[in-house]
Design a protein around this ligand. Structure first.
Ligand SMILES: [Mg+2]
Length: 304
């Protein structure tokens, strides 16, 4: 919601059952993303010739992204065959489980549970990522200093508490309160992964769609959740006006893919070899200079 959701500025309704995130987040997209996560979409909602995102898991991140994009654009013919949005929300709640935390100003909130399927999936992802980084450290022949890139919201910081409080909606105004009060727990096992990367010789970079005005709050959010503060020059927030190294098709604003991949290209140009890139949105991972792409599960919202 924040990095990504901060981009989706504007107001969102909070009526239960209406997934609204003003910009790119659409209920259909969330359903598609959840289908990928849960394997719960059926062929009934697929058009002839449409890829079956869930029955045959695509091989690459680019193929998975194309699949979600196709499902996002899909117009159902039979509304009875669609997964009911309220049912989907309930599934998302079952996936994250229910624990609680208390933060200044926002108070006591529901956060993901340590015994949830989400936590179990994150354990698997982090175990595999550590094995990959350890092996790549021994065998990678890329030139430059080895580096890893992390998105922040729902990659390092989990925003389910905010999403629930907003009843699956979003507004930049309320989100800012949560950002300012560091009201997001760490994504399970990710502090361990970031420490692992740093201790195995990787430079750690952070690229978030949060606006640059949230720089200080973002550092506080990370450290409050158990991460080391980013090194100087290693934290990138979205600038109001793109710097010269970003080339955006619709200047002065960049798409998420343009901003994130362009920033990674900039990091590479400074002498780093990006070995792996971690993000909860496909737009965190596409566009090049990503190395090994690791998709972190997020059935809450979709940012193309
Ligand atoms: Mg994110």
């Amino acid at each position: 919601m924040t990095p990504s959701t901060a981009e989706a500025a504007g107001s969102a309704t909070t009526r239960r059952g209406r997934l609204s995130r003003s910009l790119p987040v659409i209920a259909g997209a969330a359903i598609a993303a959840a289908g990928l996560a849960f394997g719960s979409l059926t062929a009934a909602s697929a058009q002839p010739g449409q890829q079956h995102c869930t029955t045959t898991r695509p091989a690459s991140i680019a193929q998975q992204a194309a699949c979600v994009q196709a499902e996002d654009a899909f117009t159902p013919v039979n509304g009875n065959a669609e997964l009911n949005v309220n049912v989907l929300e309930d599934q998302v709640e079952h996936y994250y489980g229910s624990a609680s935390a208390t933060y200044p100003v926002v108070g006591t909130v529901t956060i993901p549970a340590r015994d949830s399927n989400y936590a179990a999936q994150m354990k698997q992802i982090v175990d595999r990522a550590e094995a990959y980084l350890a092996a790549a450290g021994r065998h990678d022949h890329g030139t430059g200093k080895p580096a890893v890139v992390f998105d922040i919201d729902d990659t390092l910081l989990n925003t389910y508490d905010y999403t629930l409080a907003e009843q699956f909606g979003y507004s930049s105004a309320t989100n800012e309160i949560w950002v300012d009060n560091a009201a997001f727990p760490a994504v399970f096992y990710m502090p361990q992964l970031v420490r692992f990367a740093a201790s195995h010789g990787y430079s750690v970079f952070f690229i978030t769609g949060r606006p640059q005005s949230q720089t200080a709050a973002t550092v506080k959010d990370l450290t409050s959740a158990g991460y080391a503060a980013p090194q100087g020059g290693h934290l990138f927030l979205k600038p109001a006006v793109p710097p010269a190294y970003l080339h955006c098709a619709k200047a002065p604003s960049c798409t998420t893919i343009e901003y994130k991949s362009g920033t990674r290209k900039h990091i590479s140009s400074e002498g780093y070899n990006i070995v792996a890139d971690f993000g909860d949105q496909y737009s965190d991972l596409l566009g090049g200079d990503a190395g090994h792409q690791v998709k972190i599960p997020n059935p809450m919202y979709y940012i193309p």
